[in-house]
Design a protein around this ligand. Structure first.
Ligand code: CU
Length: 480
């Protein structure tokens, strides 16, 4: 058992310090831990975390945090005014150890429009520091606290209307490590979920204001990791190598939803439940409450792209809570063989399935240029096609044909349109390889079919043809 060493390492360290233990190390009263010297805290933007505390003594740790209100990108073509701690959503990661005395400097940038404050769940004291840290634009406040409980804690703005400040991105994580630090791992990352409420529906372009009515009804348009759709995907994916151990500091800013945090194709070897001292093992999905956290770690045994999701799964494929961990290295066919064989299986009566319609689809703005058509097509691809044909159109061997540099695709545009509209069964040959799978008919509007195909034709070495809604409408008629 390769995993045993890490499992035992973590559980003994945490059990010792939480006191429900089988070990007899005397527990030090954390309020009495002496501080030695002072130092400036390292702060990091997601998905990165500061260096581990290691065996350093408790110290006076000085944190300089600046609140910045700024425009950012929620999704392709969708802008949002974020309110941030340190310029990122989630805010800067703060890393402390038990017994540290934190001197917190909170600055509200003079260009900001509103007063803010901070409630740190790692603080023992009224409001978690909220009242003491209330700060107007162009001001700086200072308050101090001693961290006397280890664990991973959420911090957030608590200025009225509190829900709105949190919904605009004002949350982050502060880690309190035990004496001697957490057991070392090879890679550590910072992942925090949040739900967002915009006036326009999901995907509606332009600068989208916050929608209070949707927030009260708890009906978000976006549910995302690290502040925006795609913040942890594609070339922003987090990475590891086969054989490495990975630890994720997972937070949930809410403001409303609870997260069913899951990494597809991995099992968490250890989970610090709710970010506290109780460690569970061999967990598939862990619940992360709004305003709560979890620390998960696992060893990467095989290479691949591991999709990070909120397993309330419509949020993932329709609202944005999709991240990626890309693991590189050698295959281990004993742990995972890949597909070993495939035969045709068409039971009697098998037909092509149709995807249900999306009532919102037709309300979205129409693109006015080729570039916009491609942009739109990209977001449709990422919602509709990506799961089978893969992120870069590379397909899946023996199952789903590639769309990248595809001779089949480039040979006949009308055939491609027809397949998207009507689905496809039976054997085809793409780039010299045979595929025999079922593609479902897609219920997309003419506009959407045009956009997604134009995106595919414009990318990955294809022949750059533009498909128009008229071409799709014509095919739809002629194949009825
Ligand atoms: Cu605020």
């Amino acid at each position: 058992m390769l995993k045993l060493a890490t499992v035992i390492g973590i559980s003994s360290a945490l059990i010792t310090s939480c006191g429900q233990n089988k070990e007899t190390k005397p527990k030090v009263d954390p309020t009495k831990i002496e501080v030695v010297g002072s130092s400036e805290a390292e702060l990091t933007a997601p998905p990165f975390v500061p260096k581990p505390v290691g065996d350093r003594k408790a110290t006076k740790l000085i944190v300089h945090m600046e609140i910045i209100e700024k425009e950012g990108v929620m999704a392709d073509g969708v802008k949002y005014i974020y309110w941030t701690f340190g310029g990122s959503v989630p805010g800067s990661f703060i890393r402390t150890r038990i017994g540290d005395e934190v001197e917190f400097h909170l600055k509200n940038h003079p260009d900001n429009k509103l007063p803010h404050n901070i409630d740190l769940h790692a603080v023992t004291g009224p409001g978690g520091g909220a009242a003491s840290s209330f700060v107007a634009p162009g001001h700086e406040v200072v308050f101090s606290f001693k961290v006397i409980n280890q664990g991973l804690y959420v911090y957030h703005c608590a200025t009225a209307p509190v829900g709105m400040h949190i919904a605009n991105g004002m949350y982050g994580l502060i880690l309190v490590e035990p004496e001697g630090g957490l057991p070392p791992v090879d890679k550590e990352y910072y992942v925090m979920q949040g739900d967002f409420y915009t006036k326009g529906a999901n995907g509606e372009k332009g600068l989208q204001p916050f929608d209070m009515a949707k927030a009260i009804k708890e009906q978000p348009d976006y549910v995302v990791f690290n502040g925006s759709v795609g913040a942890l995907a594609g070339d922003k994916a987090i990475t590891a190598k086969v054989g490495e151990t990975v630890r994720l500091y997972v937070g949930n800013g809410g403001p409303n939803l609870v997260s069913s945090f899951h990494v597809i194709g991995e099992i968490f070897d250890n989970v610090s439940i709710e970010g506290g001292s109780l460690v569970n093992h061999d967990v598939q999905t862990t619940l992360v409450p709004a305003g709560g956290s979890a620390i998960v770690d696992f060893k990467c045994e095989v290479p691949g792209t591991f999709i990070i999701v909120d397993h309330s799964i419509f949020r993932t494929f329709n609202k944005g809570s999709l991240g990626m961990l890309k693991v590189t290295g050698d295959e281990n066919k004993t742990i995972f063989s890949g597909k070993q064989s495939e035969q045709v299986y068409h039971p009697e009566g098998g037909t092509i399935q149709t995807m249900p319609e999306d009532a919102n689809a037709s309300k979205l703005a129409k693109p006015t240029s080729l570039a916009e058509r491609i942009e739109d097509g990209k977001s449709i691809y990422n919602k509709t096609c990506f799961a089978c044909h893969q992120a870069n159109g590379e397909g899946l061997p023996n199952a789903f044909p590639p769309l990248a540099k595809s001779d089949y695709l480039n040979a006949d545009i009308n055939r491609a349109i027809e397949i998207v509209l009507k689905g496809k069964t039976g054997e085809i040959a793409v780039n010299g390889k045979k595929y025999n799978s079922v593609m479902t008919a897609q219920t997309l509007t003419d506009e959407e079919v045009a956009n997604v195909l134009t995106f595919v034709y414009s990318t990955w070495g294809n022949n750059k043809k533009e498909i128009t809604p008229d071409m799709v409408a014509k095919m739809r008629k002629s194949t009825k």
